[in-house]
Design a protein around this ligand. Structure first.
Ligand code: SF4
Length: 203
């Protein structure tokens, strides 16, 4: 059986975490936007969700505030990180130094708390964790989500090895679509597809 192509041999190419989030929302977004150069319209749900992320960042906590309850001893805000090895770059809302010597990403969501973690949010945190681990040569075992619309409810997300593997694989998949023009499987839900600006192109 033919093995999946890897793009690790083209380290000068990198993508953003936002591009991976678009892929996770629907892989065909990547194809239409990156391969065919057809921009999304403002009304698409992914753009709306990303707009909420920007809004969430604007309402983030006092930059000097340290979350003692989760043993934060130091933090940095709005940290830009890039890794040629991971072929990835992005901004982390907060990088936390914890009392146990590990580091953690924290991400604000302009959303209400739900009793589960969306797969896209888990992968976003994992990608941030990979960037943090490399940049600071530290162990990153957990991340945090802050649900702005639920009174800044704080949720811990413990990472599993499979989460990191999935996150790395998502980066490779985005690169594969961009670099080969591969047309991916549909992944949009019926509700997503009904709202999607690409629906007339997407057969
Ligand atoms: S119509 Fe559906 S499957 Fe096609 S790009 Fe939009 S969300 Fe994805």
């Amino acid at each position: 059986m033919k093995s999946e192509p890897s793009f690790s041999e083209t380290p000068n190419v990198s993508i953003t975490i936002t591009q991976v989030m678009a892929y996770l929302f629907c892989p065909r977004f990547t194809y239409f936007e990156e391969c065919l150069g057809i921009p999304e319209h403002e009304e698409t749900r992914f753009k709306v969700l990303m707009g909420r992320e920007v809004h969430a960042r604007k309402v983030k906590m006092n930059p000097d505030y340290l979350r003692k309850r989760i043993n934060v001893v130091r933090k940095a805000v709005s940290v830009y990180l890039a890794s040629p090895e991971l072929q990835l770059r992005g901004i982390v809302d907060e990088v936390l130094w914890l009392a146990d010597g590990t580091l953690a990403p924290l991400e604000y969501k302009f959303a209400e708390y739900r009793p589960f973690v969306f797969a896209t949010h888990r992968t976003q945190l994992c990608l941030q964790a990979l960037l943090i681990a490399e940049a600071f040569r530290a162990s990153v075992m957990r991340g945090y989500l802050v649900y702005v619309r639920s009174k800044n409810f704080l949720r811990e997300v413990a990472f599993r090895p499979a989460d990191f593997a999935k996150a790395r694989n998502s980066v490779q998949e985005v690169l594969r679509i961009i670099q080969t023009g591969y047309f991916p499987q549909q992944r949009g839900t019926p509700a997503q597809c009904a709202d999607c600006c690409y629906r007339n192109l997407c057969v």
